[in-house]
Structures are given as structure tokens and as C-alpha cells.
Design a protein around this ligand. Sequence first.
Ligand code: SAH
Length: 406
Amino acid sequence: MDRMELACPYYKKCGGCDYQGVPYEEQLKKKQKGEQNLLGKFGKVAPILGAEDPTHYRNKVHGVFGRDKRGTVFTGIYEEKSHRIVPVEDCGIEDARATAILKTLCILARQFKFRIYDEDRETGLLRHALIRVGRTTGEIMVVLVLTDPILPSKNNFTKELCRLHPEITTIVLNINDKHTSMVLGERNIVLYGKGYIEDVLCGLRFRISPNSFYQINSEQTERLYQKAIEFGGLSGKERVLDAYCGIGTIGMCAADKAAEVIGVELNKDAVRDAISNAKLNQIKNIRFWNEDAGKFMGRLTAGKEKVDVVFMDPPRSGSTPEFIQAVHSLSPKRVVYVSCDPVTLKRDLELFVKKGWKVQRIQPVDMFPFTSHVETVVLLCRKAEQADRHIAVDYEPQGRHMEKRL
Ligand code: SAH
């Protein structure tokens, strides 16, 4: 495919894809420029790593249930900055298997006479559907978000959904009875299968539960993690911290190149997944803590613990001054910052630089084609470490994927 354009009938109302109709090569150029403008003052921005196929990459698909005037059930997304539901039947960036299951769920919701949730009146049962696809394993999880744990005719519904989509490996009911913009509630009831899916990333197997974070573009995540591990410059002797570790993916990819890895994560379901993932992959030199990353770091510094390399991958809001101060006090050799928002990344890098750190590498990765979001991996070193041979390597002349496209 030369010109990768999505012809999407919903994009004006949906607002999810800012680069709708923009050829993929052009999207990469725009993102490169954006990163350059925001982060260029810290150092050279390496050419963005683009995707081989920028379509249908989303392994997690979310649909809000709605009903039109004729009573037909549909799924869609909230219109930008509002709570009106825009029906979306097809989406060029979602996994096609998930889109097909969403369509079936609408038909079954009507057949089984499930009451659709009405946000204004706070009535009805069925709120959202969340579908996750394991890119490598093909395992598929369907999560139905309900206001009440009782789903009428649940056995017949499960039978029918699995008959129509034998590719589904697990079905979970998630209970969310709050008036909230959060999709998932805390309680899960397994209707069918294991209650989670597994997927393989960078040769390791990961269990993913409904409430755990998992990167939504598996192909590009492998590129992202490879870069992060490369920037970590591990020799096998280091004590590594994986902060904001989710289900433990980065730490586990680093574990065979380190002496010891510690992971910290706030979400307890993700930590539970991380612990079973270490077992699943027989990784013995990794431990996880379920705690706020800033508080955990405070304890590490108070205990005068030694950490050689820090991987940090905070949510979009970025890290905190408390966390960054603690990293500075621990004085690791290297910090690898993985960010999904260059604006908060810039803010946090400024703080590191003020404390005497130097940005050595900046690598954008296109995790979210057709949207304006960009993922970035940054390598930071203490000023004194700049002469370190491993990190002194210069940029590759051109990123492999960018080179092909531009
Ligand atoms: N590194 C993981 C997860 C990155 S997403 C991966 O690549 O998959 C960011 C993670 O930070 C989420 O799992 C979220 O639950 C976690 N998180 C958010 N705030 C946190 C905090 N204050 N302390 C620790 N973890 C936090």
C-alpha cells in the first residue's frame, strides 16, 4: 500500500483520528515535526519508527451501547467533548475481529431484550462492550459492562455468542453502577473461559485481565520495548526498576539482561497479572510492588537502596516531581523514560535537566497511526555519565521504517 488513507464516514463526529485522509508518510512527517518542536531543545530527535501496516492495529476496542429512535441497538463512541453517542459500525484502526463481535452484540442485545443504559436517566443494564484481542495468540476477551450483576438468560446468551464467534475465548461481566466517565467498574464476573487472555510480546507470554493496562498496538509495542531495552544498556549486573510497570512487560523483557528487576504499579489487578506473568515465563529475578510509584520511590531513597537503571512509563498525565526527585536521589546510571504524551514528557524532562541530567536519545514511535498521539522513548543520563561508551553511540543515520517511507 502506498497511500494509506482511511475513508471513514464517522471521522468528523468521532474525532478520534485527527489524521483522517492524510497519507501515512505525511502523518509520520507531521509527527516528526511535532516532536522536533516540543523536544528538539533537549537534543536530536531520531526519525520516527513507523508501522508496517498502520490500519486495524487496535487490539482493544470499546463500544458504548445506544438505541436509536426506531429502537435499534448500536454501539459507538462518545462524540468529542460530549456524552452523545456517535454510532460507529466499522473502524479502520480497530481489529476487524473485534468490530465484527461488536455488531453481533448489538443484534443479541435486541434479541435477548437487554435494556440499554440511559446515562441521563440512569436506567437500563447494558453500558459498554470492551473487546481485547491477543495479536499473537488469537485469544479474544469480551467484557460486557453492566449496571447490575444479573444478566437475564446469561447461559443462552453465552451459548449463542460463542456459537456465532467461536474465536471468543473468554466472556466477563463487569459491574459499573456509578455515574462516571470511567468505562470499567471494579467487579468482574467470569461468564465463560479463564477471565483473561494471554498474548505474546517480544517472545514472552503475558496474561491480561479486564482492568489491566496493555499497550493497544502490539506490533509497534515490540519496536518500542526493543528501543527501551537498548537504551537501558544492560550488562547483566544491574538492579533495574520498572516504574508504572502495568502487567510487567518492560521489566520482564529486561530481566534476562539484568541481575534483578523490581516493578511498581498502582493497579492491583495489573500487579496480580505481573506476578503470574513472571511465573508463566519462569522469570525468577523479578519482584512487584502494588503501590503509588512516587511513594515507593520515597521508600527506596529512605532505605538508601541502589538502583542502576530506571525504566519509567507513566500514564498520559506524566510523572510527578516527587518521583523525579527520588530518581535523582537514587542516582541511577540511566533513566529510560517511555511516554505517551510529549507535552507532559517535555515538562518532566525539564525537571530532570534542572537537576543536572542530560537527554542522550529521543526516539519517537508511531503507536497510534491516524491519530495525533505519539509515543516517545528518551534516554537520560547523569551529566557525569555522558562519556559512558555504551550511550555515547550516535543516532542511526535513519530509522529503518522511516527511511522506507520518506
Ligand atoms: N509499562 C506498562 C504500563 C504503562 S501504562 C506497559 O508498557 O504496558 C501506565 C501504567 O501506570 C498503568 O498500568 C497505570 O495503572 C499505572 N499507574 C498510574 N498511576 C500510577 C502511580 N501513581 N503509581 C504507579 N503506577 C501508576
